[in-house]
Design a protein around this ligand. Structure first.
Ligand SMILES: Cc1cc2nc3c(=O)[nH]c(=O)nc-3n(C[C@H](O)[C@H](O)[C@H](O)COP(=O)(O)O)c2cc1C
Length: 211
């Protein structure tokens, strides 16, 4: 397969400063709803990019579990690689790509831990098997083999006898408080539309960027 011959024109839609909402969160809602209503696979999946403790950027997929005018929330293990990175430097990027809509949204901001009540309430809303998995998996740590993980999982499941476990203190949410949000719409002839919102003042300032 010749990779350099793969080429697709983007014609799905356009984005103008006139048509977008003045509020980036409202614009995000419009695009997220488009993604939810179309056949986008995993519409809430986003890359979360932190500055690793070794200085290299590091990216991984997480799931958006909520957002409001304050920011975008995902849940994870605070002791994981990303947790350690955020502890040292809470600058973070999040990035959505919805290929079926020829769109991406790129957000940069600062990650802060969600409140105990937000983390508790989301943890409790998860299936018990996911709760147990979160407890027995020290995310990003080396383990000897898969059996080790499964043994820990089934041991705890037996011990609990169907009782709901407590959220481990090392597991919870981050809210990403954005300072920049860029909406990108693919267009014909690679003349894509890019509108950037920057939080310099209230309200947000927008500018169009060259593709
Ligand atoms: C579709 C998808 C959804 C995921 N959702 C999450 C999530 O919400 N939270 C999470 O901690 N990891 C999630 N992961 C796993 C992460 O990508 C990653 O492997 C894990 O968080 C460890 O990352 P780290 O070692 O950089 O901390 C998801 C992976 C995929 C592919």
């Amino acid at each position: 397969m010749k990779l350099d011959s793969i080429r697709r024109e983007y014609k799905f839609a356009e984005l103008t400063r006139k048509s977008i909402d003045k509020n980036p969160f409202k614009q995000f809602t419009i695009w997220l709803n488009d993604a939810l209503n179309s056949k986008v696979n995993e519409p809430t999946a986003m890359s979360a990019i932190s500055i690793g403790t070794d200085g290299f950027p590091q990216s991984r997929i997480v799931l958006l579990k909520g957002y409001n005018q304050n920011g975008f929330t995902f849940f994870t293990d605070y002791s994981s690689e990303k947790g350690k990175a955020i502890e040292k430097n809470n600058s973070i990027g999040i990035h959505f790509f919805w290929p079926e809509l020829e769109r991406q949204i790129r957000i940069s901001g600062y990650a802060e831990k969600t409140s105990i009540s937000v983390s508790d309430s989301y943890f409790q809303s998860r299936p018990i098997t996911s709760q147990i998995a979160a407890i027995v998996s020290n995310q990003s740590e080396e383990i000897p083999n898969r059996q080790f993980l499964e043994n820990r999982f089934f041991d705890l499941q037996d011990k609990l006898h169907g009782e709901i476990p407590e959220r481990p203190k090392s597991w919870g949410g981050y809210i990403v408080k954005p300072v920049k949000i860029e909406f990108w719409q693919g267009r014909e002839s690679r003349l894509h539309d890019r509108i950037l919102y920057e939080k310099k003042d209230e309200p947000w300032v927008t500018k169009r960027l060259a593709p």
